[in-house]
Design a protein. Structure first.
Length: 94
């Protein structure tokens, strides 16, 4: 997943940094996702108050915090069997 240059923004920031500081600095930056976009501020706000010790830590938090629009088709897997209690499609052999 690419987050539209946010890695460079986060690399240029001084650490340690709180999520609030990053929101103040870059909160309006839009992240283009597979199915829409989201602001960097919205992603970081969803995580609550955090302190990041490095740009890598902040970037990884950003990657894990994006919404479901970042993953394409929700709940889709052509490899997993249905879970217990869930009806799924009949298996097809190619």
């Amino acid at each position: 997943m690419r987050l539209n240059g946010t890695g460079e923004l986060l690399n240029g920031h001084e650490y340690p940094a709180t999520s609030g500081e990053l929101i103040d600095a870059y909160g309006d930056v839009r992240i283009e996702l597979q199915d829409g976009s989201e602001s960097l501020g919205a992603v970081l706000a969803r995580m609550g108050a955090e302190t990041f010790s490095s740009p890598t830590e902040a970037y990884e938090a950003l990657q894990s915090g994006v919404g479901h629009e970042a993953v394409g088709r929700r709940y889709y897997s052509d490899r997993d069997a249905p879970t217990v209690g869930e009806d799924g499609p009949d298996p097809v052999s190619f």
